[in-house]
Design a protein around this ligand. Structure first.
Ligand SMILES: *Cc1c(COP(=O)(O)O)cnc(C)c1O
Length: 378
């Protein structure tokens, strides 16, 4: 089947017992065993739940993986992923990444003996330079958040595989509609399902997708032990969102392109970061490894004093954290998503007081541009 069909229909098509088209919400913590040594395949919902199973199979299908594990949040998925490794292991991580991921790795896992190097993974020489004998993995976010840098998935995979390590790719920004890291050699794919996948700013979820026989059992055991499994209702909402992913991503992409072009022509704007610009530094690479661009556009205003006015005056574009939903949002990474990142690292990544990030929704692009225009010119 084509990707669009898999996105709408998932792996299950309908529920076999009743024929229900929408996945029933199995809001049950526990499941009766028919007898000693017998099971329906379900016993306790932290471990396994029928509704969660439907979204897991849909995610595996879309990403071209054998298995998917669904978590309560993207952070739950990342936390489980790190536990595949052991204290003393070294992991090279994109320096320009979701602030919460940095906080989890740097403020928490580093205290338990995990070693991290945060580098610009869009520059391959920086990965080579950071490699140590104990390097066990590379963790990339591509495109990155909020600077839209693109890392070479295939090259990272080949490099770390020659050293016996693993590649983990956070594919939240592109979604499986535009990019499939497993097909490019990544061992694991991470998603915050909260963003484009669920797509409506109404639920949180997270995923790990993979085809790795060696770590499959371990990941299931980590999920079962940690307990950050996706709830049946949130699995239902995520599934419902996913059905329109292809349509939404096309519209996000078209709208973002319009807005990015417009922003670029504004005198108050110094620079626009958007992976769809042919003069983006990794445009060729994007064209090779992804099938499109998402709805994310960041930009520097010339005068930092303009940021507060912009955030206050925008009416349609909401000043709020998060991304990937149908509503357009504006974020100020310095104080929101990236506040946990130390100043020197933030600045070296380019996250300064003049940077704002837009998550372009699926409204009419003219209305979005008009809103930006009134907010910028007053
Ligand atoms: C939001 C986000 C996360 C964290 O996901 P939650 O669902 O908020 O826990 C991880 N990675 C990226 C790229 C994100 O945008």
């Amino acid at each position: 089947m084509h990707l669009e069909t898999n996105i709408v229909r998932g792996a299950d098509y309908f529920e076999p017992r009743t024929g229900a088209l929408a996945a029933p919400i199995y809001q049950s913590a526990s499941f009766r065993h028919p007898g000693l040594g017998e099971s329906t395949g379900f016993d306790y919902s932290r471990v396994c739940n029928p509704t969660r199973g439907v979204v897991e199979r849909a995610m595996a299908l879309m990403e071209g993986g054998k298995w998917a594990l669904a978590f309560a949040t993207g952070m739950g998925a990342i936390s489980a992923m790190v536990k595949v490794f052991a204290p003393g292991d070294h992991i090279i991580v994109s320096e320009d990444l979701y602030g919460g991921s940095y906080r989890l790795l740097h403020d928490y896992y580093a205290n338990y003996g995990f070693l991290f190097s945060f580098v610009d993974t869009s520059d391959f020489s920086k990965i080579v330079g950071a490699t140590r004998p104990e390097t066990k993995a590379i963790f990339i976010e591509t495109p990155s958040n909020p600077m839209m840098k693109v890392s070479d998935i295939r090259r990272c995979a080949e490099y770390i595989h020659t050293r016996g390590g693993l590649l983990v790719t956070d594919n939240t920004f592109c979604t499986p509609y535009f990019q499939n890291p497993l097909r490019l050699g990544s061992d694991f794919v991470i998603h915050s399902g909260t963003k484009y996948l669920a797509g409506h700013n109404d639920t949180l979820s997270g995923f790990i997708v993979h085809s790795n026989e060696d770590y499959g059992e371990k990941l299931l055991d980590i999920q079962k032990s940690e307990g950050a499994s996706l709830s049946p209702f949130d699995a239902f909402l995520t599934l419902r969102g996913i059905k329109t992913l292809a349509l939404r991503m096309e519209r996000h992409q078209a709208n973002a392109e319009r807005v990015a072009q417009w922003l670029r022509a504004q005198p108050q704007v110094e620079k626009v970061f958007y992976t769809g610009f042919p003069d983006h530094p990794q445009y060729e690479l994007s064209q090779r490894q992804a099938r499109g661009h998402n709805g994310m556009v960041s930009f520097y205003v010339k005068d930092a004093g303009d940021v507060a006015t912009l955030l206050k005056r925008l009416k349609l574009i909401l000043f709020a954290e998060s991304l990937g939903g149908v509503e357009s949002l504006i974020t100020y990474p310095l104080v929101q998503t990236h506040s946990a990142i130390p100043e020197s690292m933030r600045l070296s990544a380019g996250v300064n007081e003049r940077l704002v990030r837009l998550s372009i929704g699926i409204e009419h692009p003219d209305d979005l541009i008009a809103d930006l225009a009134q907010a910028m010119t007053g």
